[in-house]
Design a protein around this ligand. Structure first.
Ligand code: URA
Length: 231
């Protein structure tokens, strides 16, 4: 058994003081009964707890796969534009954030979590996590470009990229797999070879593949196997 105010506070419903207030005001039910004593204890495995009529999720960490649409910023807050978190419902105050960034006009796989350790690991240059993108582009893809991607493209600011893999699937369509995440990296790599990206969508991130079932703007929880594969 564990104190309810402690659980709710850990889950992000507020400080211990704020949570006690919510309980005292009668906004919390345990197994259907309104409770008002702030020292109530619950059985995390079996009790059903509702806060403001919403069932609480006990999982400490949340892992969501989002199929990002265009027009959303990969951030937790923006003054003017909608963020990817505006697409996520029911996890308010859980400290969610996107792992890395996709440009506002980029689509596809974005991991949303509150697990800072995992995010750090997936983004750290030390681990070289593969990111695979589907892309469409203007310009001619020349045979010699395969080797250039493999050897490391030099960007406009002089940075030499790590080795990348390009797969051409049609005259102006392909996949590119990169191991790092510099600002506008794929677009700039293509520009360096006189091609312009017209559509970009991330299809995988490390061991995680974008689920085809998700339409743009939709998300789902990762399965246990997917979470394990990332760790
Ligand atoms: N490379 C880009 O240019 N943009 C993205 O959003 C991701 C990778």
């Amino acid at each position: 058994m564990i104190r309810l105010d402690k659980v709710l506070s850990h889950l992000g419903y507020g400080s211990r003081k704020e949570v006690k207030e919510i309980i005292r005001k009668g906004y919390v039910t345990v197994n259907g009964e309104v409770i008002s004593k702030d020292d109530t204890k619950i059985d995390e495995e079996n009790d059903e707890v509702l806060v403001f009529d919403d069932k609480i999720e006990y999982d400490k960490f949340i892992y969501l796969m989002l199929n990002k649409p265009s027009g959303y910023v990969s951030a937790t807050f923006d003054n003017k534009l909608p963020t990817v978190l505006d697409l996520i419902e029911g996890y308010e105050k859980r400290g969610l954030f996107p792992v890395g960034r996709l440009d506002i006009d980029t689509y596809g796989l974005l991991l949303i979590t509150n697990d800072g350790m995992l995010a750090h690991k997936m983004l750290s240059p030390k681990y070289h996590v593969d990111k695979k993108y589907y892309l469409e582009f203007d310009g001619d893809f020349k045979e010699e470009n395969y080797k250039k991607f493999e050897d490391g493209i030099i960007l406009d600011d002089g940075y030499k990229c790590m080795s990348a893999k390009f797969e051409l699937i049609d005259k102006n369509k392909g996949y590119i797999t990169i191991k790092e995440g510099k600002f506008h990296q794929v677009k700039r790599m293509m520009e360096a070879l006189n091609m312009t990206v017209t559509f970009l969508k991330r299809v995988s991130f490390g061991a995680l593949n974008l689920d085809d079932i998700l339409k743009y703007g939709e998300y789902r929880k990762l399965t246990e196997e997917e979470i394990e594969s990332l760790k």
